[in-house]
Write a protein that binds this ligand. Structure first.
Ligand code: UD1
Length: 421
């Protein structure tokens, strides 16, 4: 665990402009996809976060040369001399499994450590496995590694995903770019990050249609080339997190470099909560003069309300007039944050995948522990408006996905700092 904590003194007004970087959940896959096009690819608008550094290590481990510049990563994937991603890295970051599809596509073989707690064929990776099997991949488990081979080569197939899994859609799409024939993914995930990945692959020479819809069609090609330049799509979750900060503090707070089209339901919920919004093509400004009004929220695959904003919006409902229900439909066990915010005076009860919330007027600052990335950010947001001081520990979770989180909040007026515990 990190020895540092984030200390927030609540009550400062938050006003100003927060710059938004590229999406963590896109750039990790773009970096993995660079394996498909031997040579030098350059990706811009890269967030400086620990998950990106880790994906750099994963690729370095495979033989790629990875260089970070100013919000830029340059990847030379000409000489890949390993097809194995070790457990130490996969255990630190589940998204490491995004190299599975590209390795299979380029080499017809991959060995990727199983993420902890997962069994082959059991939930969590089953959709990746079943889909890739349809393309001709054969899987075996050996020494805790998933060994994927393609004894008969990789061929196109129709795959109907049981659930619109982001990771499975991406792995399938990447492998299928190098299959013989056409692959059709039905019930595909539609997240903006999937579209970004498809656009990156198309720049590599892949033939992909339907990205952003529920049916993606990929016609395999013999070879792909590196990408001279690609700008990562804006991080809608980072933007949504800062909008919640603005909504809590009253604003006006602007997220600059964010695409309002990618946050439609979240913006609708902010309005229902009592906020005013002004949008341009690449910015969103939130302000609020009235009291927060409770709203019900349910998470769903895109374009539904993002599970990655569930904890942050829970802070708004916790402080709203009235009662609300937040329903988590995407992940199990994603209410760990609720226990921590209860320690700050929130009134809520968890029943299955529902959180039943009764709004309170004020939270009180407390020592709390980040349960995960988004829950950690949400605790910091709660601290911004709580009475007194909140100390958030286990902040390595926050560093995984938010670039300069503390500095960006301080720049819009928050009384916040990092310090050694
Ligand atoms: C990605 C995002 C994560 C986000 C999630 C949903 C990255 C690095 N992470 O995760 O931040 O919260 O999308 O928007 O991009 N499932 C299975 N079997 C599978 C695959 C998934 O049962 O083979 C289940 C998962 O357990 C989960 C649900 O499907 O309950 C959604 O998972 P998925 O969409 O695959 O999320 P990730 O790609 O892991």
């Amino acid at each position: 665990m990190s020895t540092e904590v984030i200390v927030v003194n609540g009550g400062n007004p938050l006003k100003g402009v927060v710059p938004i970087t590229g999406a963590k959940n896109s750039v990790l896959k773009l970096m993995a996809a660079s394996l498909l096009g031997p040579g030098v690819s350059t990706i811009d608008n890269v967030p400086i976060i620990s998950d990106v550094t880790l994906m750099g290590e994963v690729l370095t481990c495979l033989g790629a040369s990875v260089t970070f510049g100013d919000h830029r990563v340059t990847l030379d994937t000409s000489r890949i001399d390993s097809i194995e991603t070790p457990y130490e890295l996969v255990a630190k970051m589940r998204a490491s499994i995004a190299v599975l599809g590209p390795l299979i596509g380029r080499f017809g073989e991959a060995r990727v450590a199983m993420p902890g707690g997962c069994n082959l064929g059991a939930r969590k990776l089953d959709l990746h496995i079943v889909g890739l099997e349809a393309l001709g991949v054969v899987f075996e488990i050996e020494h805790g590694l998933i060994h994927a081979t393609t004894p008969q080569g990789l061929h196109g197939a129709s795959v109907l995903l049981e659930f619109a899994s982001v990771g499975a859609t991406e792995n399938l799409m990447m492998a299928a770019t190098r299959a013989q024939g056409t692959t059709v993914i039905d019930n595909a995930a539609r997240e903006p990050e999937i579209v970004d990945l498809a656009e990156f692959l198309i720049q590599m020479g892949a033939r992909i249609q339907g990205q952003g819809t529920t049916t993606i069609q990929i016609e395999g090609t013999d070879a792909l080339r590196p990408v001279a330049h690609h700008r990562t799509v804006a991080d809608r979750i980072e933007a949504g997190t800062f909008l919640v900060a603005g909504a809590l503090g009253g604003g006006p707070l602007t997220v600059q470099g964010a695409n309002p089209q990618h946050l439609q339901i979240a913006l609708t919920k902010l309005e229902a909560l009592g906020c005013e919004l002004v949008t341009t093509d690449d910015s969103i400004t939130v302000s609020r003069s009235a009291a927060l009004r409770a709203v019900d929220i349910q998470t769903l695959p895109y374009p539904g309300f993002p599970t990655d904003l569930q904890a942050q919006f829970m802070v708004l409902d916790v402080l709203a007039e009235g009662s609300s229900v937040i329903t988590e439909n995407v992940f199990e066990n994603r209410f760990m944050f609720a226990d921590e915010i209860s320690r700050m005076g929130a009134v809520l009860r968890i029943e299955g995948h529902h959180a039943l919330i009764t709004g309170v007027r004020q939270l009180s600052g407390a020592p709390v522990q980040a349960p995960d990335l988004r829950g950690g950010a949400a605790l910091v947001l709660a601290g911004l408006v709580a009475d007194g001081q909140t100390t958030v520990s286990a902040i390595e979770h926050i560093d995984r996905g938010y670039e300069h989180f503390v500095e960006k909040l301080r720049a819009v007026g928050a009384d916040i700092s990092r310090r050694e515990q």
